[in-house]
Design a protein around this ligand. Sequence first.
Ligand SMILES: NC(=O)c1ccc[n+]([C@@H]2O[C@H](COP(=O)([O-])OP(=O)(O)OC[C@H]3O[C@@H](n4cnc5c(N)ncnc54)[C@H](OP(=O)(O)O)[C@@H]3O)[C@@H](O)[C@H]2O)c1
Length: 215
Amino acid sequence: MRLVIFGASGGCGQKLVEQALERGHRVTAVTRTTSSWRPSSDARHLVGDVLDPTFLREALAEQDVALSALGLRRASLLPGSRLLSPPDLVQRFTRLLRPELGGSAIRRVIWISAGGVGDSRARLSAPVRRLVRTANVGVAYADLEAAEEATRGDDRWLAVRPVTLVHGARTGRAGEVERYGLFSVIRRADVASWMLDVADGSRDWAGDRVLLGTV
Ligand SMILES: NC(=O)c1ccc[n+]([C@@H]2O[C@H](COP(=O)([O-])OP(=O)(O)OC[C@H]3O[C@@H](n4cnc5c(N)ncnc54)[C@H](OP(=O)(O)O)[C@@H]3O)[C@@H](O)[C@H]2O)c1
């Protein structure tokens, strides 16, 4: 299968690229010009601006599925640290991508949102709900809320809403969860694996969203 992966240089993005190559897919890894990360030579590497429609068109050409692990970068995890991405990055990306799908062969867009966005907010425990309201996290959540809104009504889009992301090797234990509590975590490698299962049809997921945790 032909996969284009946006946000390939990030924690989840790198896992998507590695695992997609392991599965034998034809991978196009998309990064921005400032990134020093490089995919393995088995992948095609495309460098450019995901907010440029012409570049998006080029990235989507002759692809079957688009995966996105794009998200806002900050200089550090400290409260109030400088944003290294436009605060509306993901919503602008989704709004630009949606009309481009029409002229492409893309049949699914599987992208990373976050646990607590949209109707999954009701599944947050009180401490996590407070956390999501903090300044650092709040900006990203507002962006993801708007991005999900921009994809509504188009069943090609699947918003993957992970609970708190952690590092570690794949366990194969990713699945839909009912609650997002303070200690709910999922490994980035497991998020990637779940997304690729849906992309290549080894897992059926007809819905447009999932609260993804460790099961
Ligand atoms: N942290 C959590 O616990 C958590 C929980 C639920 C959901 N999420 C969501 O999951 C997403 C993925 O997580 P992650 O750990 O893989 O994030 P990450 O490591 O911060 O990766 C973010 C990716 O977005 C790219 N990016 C940022 N600004 C960009 C821009 N202006 N143009 C092009 N690319 C840009 C980054 O590229 P560069 O490498 O060039 O910066 C990187 O590839 C997060 O961003 C967040 O929205 C996070």
